[in-house]
Design a protein around this ligand. Structure first.
Ligand code: C2O
Ligand code: CU
Ligand code: CU
Length: 513
Protein backbone atom coordinates (compact mmCIF):
# COMPACT_ATOMS: atom_id res chain seq x y z
CA UNK A 1 0.00 0.00 0.00
CA UNK A 2 1.40 3.35 -0.93
CA UNK A 3 0.15 5.77 1.68
CA UNK A 4 1.12 9.42 1.63
CA UNK A 5 3.51 10.22 4.49
CA UNK A 6 2.80 12.94 6.99
CA UNK A 7 -0.81 13.33 5.88
CA UNK A 8 -2.45 13.04 9.31
CA UNK A 9 -1.93 15.05 12.46
CA UNK A 10 -0.38 13.14 15.38
CA UNK A 11 -3.18 12.17 17.75
CA UNK A 12 -2.57 12.61 21.47
CA UNK A 13 -4.35 9.79 23.32
CA UNK A 14 -6.87 11.08 25.84
CA UNK A 15 -5.98 10.85 29.50
CA UNK A 16 -8.08 8.30 31.38
CA UNK A 17 -10.50 9.85 33.89
CA UNK A 18 -10.99 8.23 37.28
CA UNK A 19 -14.31 6.60 38.02
CA UNK A 20 -13.91 7.46 41.66
CA UNK A 21 -11.29 9.34 43.58
CA UNK A 22 -10.80 9.67 47.31
CA UNK A 23 -7.86 10.77 49.43
CA UNK A 24 -6.85 7.13 49.82
CA UNK A 25 -7.22 5.81 46.30
CA UNK A 26 -8.08 6.35 42.68
CA UNK A 27 -10.35 3.91 40.93
CA UNK A 28 -10.58 3.47 37.16
CA UNK A 29 -12.62 1.22 34.92
CA UNK A 30 -11.36 0.20 31.50
CA UNK A 31 -13.21 -1.94 28.98
CA UNK A 32 -11.58 -3.77 26.10
CA UNK A 33 -13.73 -3.40 23.01
CA UNK A 34 -13.75 -4.01 19.30
CA UNK A 35 -14.11 -0.86 17.23
CA UNK A 36 -13.07 0.73 13.96
CA UNK A 37 -10.57 3.57 13.68
CA UNK A 38 -8.89 5.31 10.74
CA UNK A 39 -5.15 4.71 10.75
CA UNK A 40 -4.56 7.01 7.79
CA UNK A 41 -6.52 9.68 5.89
CA UNK A 42 -6.69 7.51 2.75
CA UNK A 43 -7.63 4.25 4.44
CA UNK A 44 -11.03 2.93 5.37
CA UNK A 45 -11.43 2.44 9.14
CA UNK A 46 -9.54 -0.53 10.59
CA UNK A 47 -11.02 -3.16 12.86
CA UNK A 48 -9.12 -3.01 16.16
CA UNK A 49 -9.29 -4.12 19.77
CA UNK A 50 -8.51 -1.43 22.27
CA UNK A 51 -8.82 -0.33 25.87
CA UNK A 52 -11.98 1.78 26.11
CA UNK A 53 -12.28 1.40 22.35
CA UNK A 54 -9.15 3.46 21.67
CA UNK A 55 -5.87 2.71 19.89
CA UNK A 56 -3.55 3.20 21.62
CA UNK A 57 -5.52 2.98 24.85
CA UNK A 58 -6.07 6.08 26.97
CA UNK A 59 -2.97 7.41 28.70
CA UNK A 60 -3.03 6.69 32.41
CA UNK A 61 -1.34 9.39 34.45
CA UNK A 62 -0.69 8.84 38.13
CA UNK A 63 1.49 10.27 40.86
CA UNK A 64 4.21 8.41 42.65
CA UNK A 65 2.71 6.53 45.66
CA UNK A 66 -0.84 7.09 44.40
CA UNK A 67 -2.87 4.07 45.32
CA UNK A 68 -4.58 3.05 42.07
CA UNK A 69 -7.17 0.35 41.42
CA UNK A 70 -8.23 -0.53 37.91
CA UNK A 71 -11.08 -2.79 36.94
CA UNK A 72 -10.10 -4.27 33.59
CA UNK A 73 -13.09 -5.59 31.68
CA UNK A 74 -13.17 -7.74 28.59
CA UNK A 75 -16.08 -6.99 26.26
CA UNK A 76 -14.39 -8.36 23.14
CA UNK A 77 -16.05 -10.70 20.61
CA UNK A 78 -15.91 -14.45 21.22
CA UNK A 79 -13.73 -15.00 18.18
CA UNK A 80 -10.33 -13.57 17.39
CA UNK A 81 -9.89 -11.73 14.09
CA UNK A 82 -6.21 -12.65 13.86
CA UNK A 83 -4.86 -16.16 13.16
CA UNK A 84 -4.45 -18.21 16.36
CA UNK A 85 -1.99 -21.08 16.31
CA UNK A 86 -3.57 -23.84 18.37
CA UNK A 87 -0.44 -25.96 18.40
CA UNK A 88 1.63 -23.80 20.75
CA UNK A 89 1.55 -24.10 24.52
CA UNK A 90 -1.73 -23.44 26.18
CA UNK A 91 -3.62 -23.13 22.97
CA UNK A 92 -3.98 -26.85 22.37
CA UNK A 93 -6.73 -29.26 23.28
CA UNK A 94 -8.86 -28.15 26.17
CA UNK A 95 -6.99 -24.84 26.19
CA UNK A 96 -8.65 -23.84 22.92
CA UNK A 97 -11.70 -22.48 24.69
CA UNK A 98 -12.36 -19.70 25.24
CA UNK A 99 -10.66 -18.47 22.11
CA UNK A 100 -10.35 -14.88 23.29
CA UNK A 101 -8.41 -14.54 26.51
CA UNK A 102 -6.98 -11.34 27.93
CA UNK A 103 -4.94 -10.23 30.89
CA UNK A 104 -3.37 -6.83 31.47
CA UNK A 105 0.23 -6.25 32.45
CA UNK A 106 1.62 -2.91 33.58
CA UNK A 107 5.08 -3.03 32.02
CA UNK A 108 7.66 -1.45 34.32
CA UNK A 109 5.35 -1.55 37.31
CA UNK A 110 6.36 -2.80 40.74
CA UNK A 111 3.05 -4.56 41.15
CA UNK A 112 1.84 -7.27 43.57
CA UNK A 113 1.92 -10.61 41.78
CA UNK A 114 -1.84 -11.08 41.62
CA UNK A 115 -2.22 -7.74 39.79
CA UNK A 116 0.77 -8.17 37.53
CA UNK A 117 -1.03 -9.81 34.63
CA UNK A 118 0.44 -13.29 34.83
CA UNK A 119 -0.10 -14.93 31.41
CA UNK A 120 -2.21 -17.73 32.91
CA UNK A 121 -4.23 -15.32 35.03
CA UNK A 122 -6.28 -14.57 31.92
CA UNK A 123 -10.00 -13.92 31.80
CA UNK A 124 -12.58 -14.09 29.06
CA UNK A 125 -15.43 -11.81 28.08
CA UNK A 126 -17.42 -10.65 31.07
CA UNK A 127 -15.01 -12.53 33.35
CA UNK A 128 -17.01 -15.67 32.62
CA UNK A 129 -13.98 -17.90 32.45
CA UNK A 130 -10.62 -17.44 34.08
CA UNK A 131 -7.21 -19.05 33.81
CA UNK A 132 -5.68 -21.39 36.38
CA UNK A 133 -3.82 -18.63 38.26
CA UNK A 134 -5.04 -15.93 40.65
CA UNK A 135 -7.50 -14.09 38.44
CA UNK A 136 -8.92 -10.94 39.89
CA UNK A 137 -11.22 -8.34 38.46
CA UNK A 138 -9.71 -5.28 40.08
CA UNK A 139 -5.99 -4.79 39.86
CA UNK A 140 -4.01 -2.86 42.43
CA UNK A 141 -1.14 -0.57 41.47
CA UNK A 142 0.64 0.99 44.47
CA UNK A 143 2.94 3.09 42.23
CA UNK A 144 5.58 3.13 44.95
CA UNK A 145 8.38 3.69 42.50
CA UNK A 146 10.28 6.39 40.66
CA UNK A 147 8.53 8.61 38.14
CA UNK A 148 8.82 6.85 34.77
CA UNK A 149 7.26 5.98 31.44
CA UNK A 150 5.42 2.69 31.77
CA UNK A 151 3.00 1.07 29.43
CA UNK A 152 0.17 -1.39 29.79
CA UNK A 153 -0.54 -4.15 27.34
CA UNK A 154 -2.10 -7.54 26.99
CA UNK A 155 -0.12 -10.54 28.24
CA UNK A 156 -2.42 -13.53 27.68
CA UNK A 157 -0.76 -16.91 27.33
CA UNK A 158 0.35 -17.64 23.76
CA UNK A 159 -1.85 -14.79 22.49
CA UNK A 160 0.15 -11.71 23.46
CA UNK A 161 1.48 -11.08 19.92
CA UNK A 162 -2.04 -11.14 18.48
CA UNK A 163 -3.78 -9.20 21.25
CA UNK A 164 -1.18 -6.43 21.24
CA UNK A 165 -1.14 -6.34 17.43
CA UNK A 166 -4.94 -6.00 17.52
CA UNK A 167 -4.40 -2.82 19.54
CA UNK A 168 -4.31 -3.67 23.25
CA UNK A 169 -1.60 -1.27 24.47
CA UNK A 170 -1.43 2.15 26.08
CA UNK A 171 0.93 4.56 27.87
CA UNK A 172 1.06 4.84 31.67
CA UNK A 173 3.05 7.67 33.22
CA UNK A 174 4.11 7.93 36.84
CA UNK A 175 4.77 11.54 37.77
CA UNK A 176 7.06 12.24 40.67
CA UNK A 177 6.05 15.66 42.09
CA UNK A 178 9.65 16.06 43.28
CA UNK A 179 10.80 16.12 39.66
CA UNK A 180 9.00 19.45 39.10
CA UNK A 181 12.07 21.30 40.34
CA UNK A 182 13.92 20.14 37.23
CA UNK A 183 11.58 22.28 35.12
CA UNK A 184 11.48 19.86 32.22
CA UNK A 185 8.93 20.74 29.51
CA UNK A 186 5.48 19.94 30.93
CA UNK A 187 1.78 20.02 30.15
CA UNK A 188 1.11 20.25 26.42
CA UNK A 189 4.89 20.19 25.85
CA UNK A 190 5.17 16.71 27.40
CA UNK A 191 3.98 14.28 24.73
CA UNK A 192 3.77 10.47 24.66
CA UNK A 193 4.81 8.80 21.40
CA UNK A 194 3.83 5.15 21.16
CA UNK A 195 5.50 3.68 18.08
CA UNK A 196 4.18 0.52 16.43
CA UNK A 197 4.43 -1.12 13.04
CA UNK A 198 1.53 -2.71 11.19
CA UNK A 199 0.82 -4.06 7.74
CA UNK A 200 -2.53 -2.82 6.53
CA UNK A 201 -4.58 -4.34 3.73
CA UNK A 202 -6.21 -2.14 1.10
CA UNK A 203 -9.60 -2.47 2.76
CA UNK A 204 -8.08 -1.07 5.95
CA UNK A 205 -7.93 -4.39 7.80
CA UNK A 206 -4.82 -5.42 9.70
CA UNK A 207 -2.63 -8.04 8.11
CA UNK A 208 -0.94 -10.59 10.33
CA UNK A 209 0.62 -13.69 8.75
CA UNK A 210 -1.12 -17.00 9.32
CA UNK A 211 2.21 -18.77 8.82
CA UNK A 212 5.66 -18.49 7.31
CA UNK A 213 5.93 -17.43 3.67
CA UNK A 214 6.87 -20.77 2.15
CA UNK A 215 5.35 -23.22 4.59
CA UNK A 216 6.30 -26.85 4.43
CA UNK A 217 3.18 -29.01 3.87
CA UNK A 218 3.50 -30.49 7.35
CA UNK A 219 3.05 -27.17 9.12
CA UNK A 220 -0.18 -26.52 10.94
CA UNK A 221 -2.30 -23.58 9.80
CA UNK A 222 -2.30 -21.10 11.28
CA UNK A 223 1.30 -21.43 12.35
CA UNK A 224 3.16 -18.94 14.55
CA UNK A 225 5.95 -17.03 12.80
CA UNK A 226 9.31 -16.44 14.53
CA UNK A 227 9.23 -12.69 13.78
CA UNK A 228 6.93 -10.16 12.19
CA UNK A 229 7.49 -6.55 11.13
CA UNK A 230 4.81 -4.38 9.56
CA UNK A 231 5.73 -2.09 6.67
CA UNK A 232 3.77 0.88 7.99
CA UNK A 233 4.96 2.86 10.99
CA UNK A 234 2.30 4.23 13.32
CA UNK A 235 2.71 6.78 16.07
CA UNK A 236 -0.15 7.05 18.56
CA UNK A 237 -2.30 5.07 16.17
CA UNK A 238 -1.70 7.01 12.91
CA UNK A 239 0.50 6.02 10.00
CA UNK A 240 3.44 8.43 9.60
CA UNK A 241 1.74 11.40 11.26
CA UNK A 242 2.98 14.97 11.52
CA UNK A 243 2.99 17.21 14.56
CA UNK A 244 2.97 20.98 14.51
CA UNK A 245 5.24 22.36 17.17
CA UNK A 246 6.40 25.70 18.53
CA UNK A 247 10.05 26.75 18.31
CA UNK A 248 10.79 25.59 21.86
CA UNK A 249 11.69 22.49 23.87
CA UNK A 250 9.37 19.50 24.10
CA UNK A 251 9.60 16.38 26.22
CA UNK A 252 8.71 13.15 24.43
CA UNK A 253 7.95 9.87 26.16
CA UNK A 254 8.81 7.31 23.52
CA UNK A 255 7.59 3.72 23.82
CA UNK A 256 8.34 1.00 21.30
CA UNK A 257 5.14 -1.06 21.38
CA UNK A 258 5.98 -3.05 18.23
CA UNK A 259 5.92 -6.84 18.21
CA UNK A 260 9.36 -7.51 16.71
CA UNK A 261 10.74 -4.30 15.24
CA UNK A 262 13.70 -2.38 16.69
CA UNK A 263 14.11 1.25 15.60
CA UNK A 264 17.17 3.40 15.28
CA UNK A 265 15.74 6.90 15.50
CA UNK A 266 17.33 10.16 14.43
CA UNK A 267 16.29 13.61 13.21
CA UNK A 268 16.89 14.10 9.49
CA UNK A 269 18.23 17.63 9.97
CA UNK A 270 21.02 16.37 12.20
CA UNK A 271 19.26 17.69 15.33
CA UNK A 272 19.99 16.20 18.72
CA UNK A 273 18.00 14.39 21.35
CA UNK A 274 18.65 15.11 24.99
CA UNK A 275 17.85 11.93 26.88
CA UNK A 276 16.67 12.46 30.45
CA UNK A 277 15.29 9.03 31.29
CA UNK A 278 15.17 5.37 30.39
CA UNK A 279 12.70 2.56 31.21
CA UNK A 280 12.72 3.02 34.98
CA UNK A 281 12.98 6.79 35.38
CA UNK A 282 15.51 9.61 35.25
CA UNK A 283 19.12 9.06 34.27
CA UNK A 284 21.76 10.40 36.66
CA UNK A 285 22.67 12.97 34.04
CA UNK A 286 21.21 13.98 30.74
CA UNK A 287 22.80 12.59 27.60
CA UNK A 288 23.08 14.18 24.15
CA UNK A 289 22.34 11.67 21.41
CA UNK A 290 22.23 11.83 17.65
CA UNK A 291 20.41 8.50 17.47
CA UNK A 292 18.35 6.21 19.68
CA UNK A 293 18.18 2.43 19.50
CA UNK A 294 14.80 1.26 20.72
CA UNK A 295 13.97 -2.44 20.91
CA UNK A 296 10.45 -3.69 21.66
CA UNK A 297 9.24 -2.44 25.08
CA UNK A 298 12.16 -0.08 25.69
CA UNK A 299 11.37 3.53 26.55
CA UNK A 300 13.29 6.77 26.04
CA UNK A 301 12.43 9.98 27.86
CA UNK A 302 13.87 12.75 25.70
CA UNK A 303 13.83 16.47 25.04
CA UNK A 304 13.96 17.93 21.55
CA UNK A 305 14.51 21.65 21.34
CA UNK A 306 12.96 23.10 18.19
CA UNK A 307 14.02 26.70 18.99
CA UNK A 308 16.73 26.78 16.31
CA UNK A 309 14.53 25.17 13.67
CA UNK A 310 11.76 27.71 13.15
CA UNK A 311 9.99 27.11 9.84
CA UNK A 312 11.60 23.71 9.26
CA UNK A 313 9.99 20.34 8.73
CA UNK A 314 12.00 17.62 10.44
CA UNK A 315 11.52 13.91 9.93
CA UNK A 316 11.95 11.52 12.80
CA UNK A 317 13.73 8.87 10.76
CA UNK A 318 14.54 5.21 11.33
CA UNK A 319 17.73 3.69 9.98
CA UNK A 320 17.21 0.12 11.15
CA UNK A 321 15.29 -2.15 8.83
CA UNK A 322 13.80 -5.49 9.65
CA UNK A 323 15.36 -8.34 7.69
CA UNK A 324 16.84 -5.81 5.22
CA UNK A 325 17.77 -2.14 5.03
CA UNK A 326 15.20 0.48 6.03
CA UNK A 327 13.16 1.49 2.98
CA UNK A 328 12.98 5.24 2.25
CA UNK A 329 9.43 4.67 0.96
CA UNK A 330 8.24 3.11 4.20
CA UNK A 331 9.97 2.13 7.42
CA UNK A 332 12.79 4.67 7.14
CA UNK A 333 10.18 7.24 8.24
CA UNK A 334 8.43 7.49 11.58
CA UNK A 335 6.84 10.94 11.79
CA UNK A 336 7.42 14.60 10.99
CA UNK A 337 7.72 17.70 13.16
CA UNK A 338 6.65 21.01 11.59
CA UNK A 339 8.06 23.94 13.49
CA UNK A 340 5.34 26.32 12.34
CA UNK A 341 3.34 27.18 15.44
CA UNK A 342 4.00 30.62 16.90
CA UNK A 343 5.72 30.62 20.27
CA UNK A 344 2.91 31.05 22.81
CA UNK A 345 5.14 32.32 25.58
CA UNK A 346 8.79 32.34 26.49
CA UNK A 347 10.13 28.83 26.98
CA UNK A 348 10.99 28.66 30.69
CA UNK A 349 11.77 24.95 30.67
CA UNK A 350 15.28 23.76 31.43
CA UNK A 351 17.68 21.11 30.26
CA UNK A 352 19.49 20.16 33.43
CA UNK A 353 22.67 18.18 33.28
CA UNK A 354 22.25 16.55 36.70
CA UNK A 355 18.94 14.83 37.11
CA UNK A 356 18.98 12.38 40.00
CA UNK A 357 21.25 10.45 42.32
CA UNK A 358 21.87 6.84 41.51
CA UNK A 359 23.54 4.44 43.89
CA UNK A 360 26.77 3.12 42.35
CA UNK A 361 26.26 -0.47 41.17
CA UNK A 362 29.33 -1.53 43.12
CA UNK A 363 27.59 -0.68 46.43
CA UNK A 364 25.18 -3.54 46.13
CA UNK A 365 25.79 -6.69 48.13
CA UNK A 366 25.31 -9.56 45.68
CA UNK A 367 23.79 -12.71 47.14
CA UNK A 368 23.55 -14.83 44.04
CA UNK A 369 24.89 -15.16 40.52
CA UNK A 370 22.98 -16.81 37.73
CA UNK A 371 24.12 -17.75 34.27
CA UNK A 372 21.34 -18.01 31.74
CA UNK A 373 21.57 -18.73 28.07
CA UNK A 374 19.32 -17.91 25.16
CA UNK A 375 18.86 -21.12 23.25
CA UNK A 376 16.81 -22.63 20.52
CA UNK A 377 15.43 -25.95 19.45
CA UNK A 378 12.91 -27.26 16.95
CA UNK A 379 9.43 -28.52 17.53
CA UNK A 380 7.75 -31.57 16.02
CA UNK A 381 6.89 -29.55 12.90
CA UNK A 382 10.50 -28.46 12.40
CA UNK A 383 9.73 -24.92 13.49
CA UNK A 384 12.25 -22.93 15.51
CA UNK A 385 11.45 -22.64 19.21
CA UNK A 386 13.47 -20.10 21.13
CA UNK A 387 14.01 -20.84 24.80
CA UNK A 388 15.46 -19.36 27.95
CA UNK A 389 18.10 -21.66 29.40
CA UNK A 390 16.72 -24.59 27.42
CA UNK A 391 13.49 -24.65 29.40
CA UNK A 392 9.92 -24.48 28.18
CA UNK A 393 7.31 -22.29 29.79
CA UNK A 394 5.72 -25.35 31.36
CA UNK A 395 8.93 -26.57 33.06
CA UNK A 396 9.18 -26.04 36.83
CA UNK A 397 10.41 -22.66 38.04
CA UNK A 398 14.20 -22.33 38.02
CA UNK A 399 14.60 -18.59 38.67
CA UNK A 400 13.56 -18.07 42.27
CA UNK A 401 15.43 -15.16 43.84
CA UNK A 402 14.83 -14.42 47.52
CA UNK A 403 12.82 -11.36 48.40
CA UNK A 404 15.05 -8.38 49.13
CA UNK A 405 18.25 -9.93 47.80
CA UNK A 406 20.38 -8.78 44.90
CA UNK A 407 21.55 -10.96 42.08
CA UNK A 408 23.67 -10.64 38.99
CA UNK A 409 22.33 -12.38 35.91
CA UNK A 410 24.77 -13.15 33.11
CA UNK A 411 22.79 -13.70 29.94
CA UNK A 412 24.64 -15.50 27.17
CA UNK A 413 23.35 -14.90 23.65
CA UNK A 414 24.77 -17.45 21.20
CA UNK A 415 21.89 -16.85 18.73
CA UNK A 416 22.15 -14.71 15.61
CA UNK A 417 19.88 -11.92 16.75
CA UNK A 418 19.29 -9.39 19.50
CA UNK A 419 16.71 -10.34 22.12
CA UNK A 420 15.20 -7.63 24.33
CA UNK A 421 15.14 -9.35 27.73
CA UNK A 422 12.54 -8.15 30.22
CA UNK A 423 12.01 -8.91 33.89
CA UNK A 424 8.76 -8.16 35.64
CA UNK A 425 8.49 -6.43 39.06
CA UNK A 426 11.94 -4.87 39.22
CA UNK A 427 14.17 -2.40 37.48
CA UNK A 428 17.72 -3.49 37.01
CA UNK A 429 21.08 -1.93 36.23
CA UNK A 430 23.24 -2.92 33.30
CA UNK A 431 26.78 -3.86 34.36
CA UNK A 432 28.49 -4.70 31.09
CA UNK A 433 28.49 -6.58 27.78
CA UNK A 434 31.30 -8.85 26.67
CA UNK A 435 31.86 -10.56 23.30
CA UNK A 436 32.56 -14.29 23.14
CA UNK A 437 33.42 -16.88 20.53
CA UNK A 438 30.07 -18.31 19.38
CA UNK A 439 31.66 -21.02 17.21
CA UNK A 440 33.61 -22.38 20.17
CA UNK A 441 30.53 -22.07 22.30
CA UNK A 442 28.51 -24.16 19.84
CA UNK A 443 31.21 -26.80 19.87
CA UNK A 444 32.11 -27.00 23.53
CA UNK A 445 29.47 -25.10 25.47
CA UNK A 446 32.21 -22.98 27.03
CA UNK A 447 32.24 -19.22 26.96
CA UNK A 448 35.58 -17.98 25.61
CA UNK A 449 35.66 -14.19 25.67
CA UNK A 450 37.13 -12.43 22.66
CA UNK A 451 37.33 -8.94 24.12
CA UNK A 452 37.00 -6.93 27.30
CA UNK A 453 33.74 -6.31 29.17
CA UNK A 454 32.30 -3.01 27.99
CA UNK A 455 30.32 -0.87 30.43
CA UNK A 456 26.90 0.30 29.19
CA UNK A 457 26.63 3.55 27.21
CA UNK A 458 25.36 6.60 29.16
CA UNK A 459 21.83 5.86 27.86
CA UNK A 460 21.78 2.66 29.85
CA UNK A 461 23.35 3.95 33.05
CA UNK A 462 19.98 4.40 34.72
CA UNK A 463 17.16 1.98 35.51
CA UNK A 464 16.13 -0.54 32.89
CA UNK A 465 13.55 -3.30 32.78
CA UNK A 466 14.13 -4.38 29.19
CA UNK A 467 17.58 -4.61 27.71
CA UNK A 468 19.06 -5.63 24.39
CA UNK A 469 21.00 -8.84 24.67
CA UNK A 470 23.08 -8.77 21.49
CA UNK A 471 24.20 -11.77 19.47
CA UNK A 472 27.58 -13.09 20.54
CA UNK A 473 27.66 -11.19 23.82
CA UNK A 474 27.23 -11.93 27.49
CA UNK A 475 25.31 -9.15 29.17
CA UNK A 476 25.36 -8.80 32.94
CA UNK A 477 22.54 -7.12 34.79
CA UNK A 478 22.04 -6.55 38.49
CA UNK A 479 18.69 -6.51 40.24
CA UNK A 480 17.31 -6.37 43.74
CA UNK A 481 14.20 -8.52 43.92
CA UNK A 482 11.32 -6.82 45.68
CA UNK A 483 9.32 -5.17 47.10
CA UNK A 484 6.81 -8.00 46.59
CA UNK A 485 7.10 -11.75 46.57
CA UNK A 486 5.15 -14.14 44.41
CA UNK A 487 4.94 -15.54 40.91
CA UNK A 488 6.16 -13.28 38.09
CA UNK A 489 7.77 -13.85 34.69
CA UNK A 490 10.81 -12.93 32.66
CA UNK A 491 10.94 -13.16 28.90
CA UNK A 492 12.12 -11.92 25.55
CA UNK A 493 9.94 -8.98 24.50
CA UNK A 494 9.84 -9.87 20.83
CA UNK A 495 6.24 -10.95 21.16
CA UNK A 496 6.58 -13.77 18.63
CA UNK A 497 9.39 -15.15 20.81
CA UNK A 498 7.60 -14.58 24.09
CA UNK A 499 4.58 -16.52 22.83
CA UNK A 500 6.71 -19.48 21.74
CA UNK A 501 8.50 -20.19 24.11
CA UNK A 502 10.93 -17.55 25.26
CA UNK A 503 9.25 -16.85 28.57
CA UNK A 504 9.74 -18.35 32.00
CA UNK A 505 7.96 -18.08 35.32
CA UNK A 506 9.97 -16.42 38.09
CA UNK A 507 9.26 -16.75 41.80
CA UNK A 508 10.33 -14.06 44.19
CA UNK A 509 10.49 -16.09 47.38
CA UNK A 510 9.80 -14.71 50.84
CA UNK A 511 11.78 -16.99 53.19
CA UNK A 512 9.47 -16.02 56.07
CA UNK A 513 6.41 -17.42 54.39
CU1 C2O B 1 5.82 -5.73 28.42
CU2 C2O B 1 5.97 -9.24 30.33
O1 C2O B 1 5.85 -7.48 29.38
CU1 CU C 1 6.65 -6.20 32.09
CU1 CU D 1 13.79 -13.02 21.39
Amino acid sequence: MNLEKFADMLPIPEVLKPHQQTKESTYYEVTMKEFYQKLHRDLPPTRLWGYNGLFPGPTIEVNRNENVQIKWMNDLPDQHFLPIDHTIHHSEGHHQEPEVKTVVHLHGGATPYDSDGYPEAWFSKGFQETGPYFSREIYHYPNQQRGAILWYHDHAMALTRLNVYAGLAGVYIIHDPKEKRLKLPAGEYDVPLMIMDRTINEDGSLFYPSGPENPSPTLPTPSIVPAFCGDTILVNGKAWPYMEVEPRAYRFRIVNASNTRTYNLSLDNGGEFLQVGSDGGLLPRSVKLSSISLAPAERFDIIIDFAAFEGQSIVLANSEGCGGPANPESDANVMQFRVIKPLKEKDESRKPRFLTNLPPVTDEKIQNLRTLKLTGTQDEYGRPVLLLNNKRWSDPVTEAPKLGTSEIWSIINPTRGTHPIHLHLISFRVLDRRPFDTAKYAETGNVVFTGPAVPPPPSEKGWKDTVQSHAGEVIRIMAKFGPYSGRYVWHCHILEHEDYDMMRPMDVVDPNQ
